[in-house]
Design a protein around this ligand. Sequence first.
Ligand code: NAD
Length: 480
Amino acid sequence: MNQLQNFINGHYVNPINNNWIDNICPANGQVYGKIPNSDQNDVQEAYTAAANAFPIWSKTTIEERSKILLKISDLLEANLDRFAKAESLDNGKPISLATTVDIPRAASNFRFFGNAITQFASESHESVGHNAINYTLRQPIGIVGCISPWNLPLYLFTWKIAPALAAGNCVVAKPSEITPVTAYLLGNICNEAGLPKGVLNIIHGLGATTGQAIVAYPQIKAISFTGGTKTGAQIAAVAAPLFKKLSLELGGKNPNIIFGDCDYDLMLETTVRSSFANQGQICLCGSRIFVEASIYDRFKTDFIAKVKALKIGDPSDKNTRIGALVSKAHLEKVKQYIALSKEEQATVLCGGNEVTVPHLENGFYLEPTVIEVTTNDCRLNQEEIFGPVVTLMPFKTETEALNLANQVPYGLSATLWTNNLKRTMRLSSELQTGIVWVNTWMMRDLRTPFGGTKASGVGREGGFEALRFFTEPKNVCIQY
Ligand code: NAD
């Protein structure tokens, strides 16, 4: 049994309260580890370590910081197989995905921000006629908190930590208690890369205890959070009266709008992926599929045939396309949504059932599920399910498609399939989301602003946006 520990001041340590939580393997439903359920005393230790490290780290040259981040990136790449296996085991995701997406992206996050910080600059304003010049200092905030979810564990954990460190902050970070292992392993990599002790502190535990303790800690001056919308609201309620800087990346209910003039085969392949990658547990998955009426029947037949062919099974098998859902509780939540179909006059076109995988009978497997809805105004289309479930609905006109897409509380991403340039320009401008993909899905360039509107979040990550978030601008005005 793996007993994980907190990583504080460069050392692995037990939680002070000696309180532990089970870590469950989604593939077989068995407890296979324990993790600390840390409390405010551990947060206090982590904060102290970070505060002691800050005076030196914040004054470390950009070149030196960059060198260390690039080294962490190299070491993650060198340990790709070990990290990918750990991620797949901990999360239930197919090993192929962990190997090609999750861990390479975690390495890219460190490489990207290790390089980006060398190019980060601030403005100056010459006050012509006043003999004065203003310049902006972009200084590290101090000690910042980073809290991440379970769906892309190391990928999202490092997406916050890397820019925070690059900008000269020291960090108290908490991964999801449901997928803690790769974050735990990261500590050793940081030591090996020469990250000074206390610059990054990783503590484990439940959201309501450990997470809450980080958010409520008065001297932790900024919180970067990715997770559910309800949790985001709770965090904002605690952080706002303490005047903390907040970045919130929250849930989504993303439209995938398909017009008859698209490149059909590419659209079909990509739509299978954008619906069910990572068992549909990606905030960017296109969970509401709207199809132009002229191709609706053809799409329905072809899509269902492809979905039925997806191989569900052991996440450690490299041919598996659909692994296990992350937890029993999450599986039950997703099943409840599927059961709503009856009440909401919707039709399950395929899937909907739990799957028993030989030798892994207690794992959390569910068939990829396609539901035809009759209205956008139903819970199936308005609430985030975050599992292998998509809905289908036809539309007749561009205006109708736009209204369907926008009539939802969320605003993270949208996907658009069309070869009509004018329509692309019109819709891209009118869609109420932070990201619009046209004739592609989840193609990421790390320089771009990433985040959502409406209930999908506040603020943007990515590129210089992240470095701006993790720095405090100070205007200096000099008259001469
Ligand atoms: P969650 O909100 O339950 O938990 C996220 C993290 O917050 C975990 O580490 C958890 O322990 C912690 N937490 C929970 N309650 C807390 C509290 N009161 N104070 C401080 N921390 C607390 O989310 P989840 O179930 O882990 O992740 C799924 C959600 O994340 C989905 O809604 C998904 O859309 C969203 N998500 C969004 C993005 C994005 O970029 N917008 C990316 C991935 C996932």
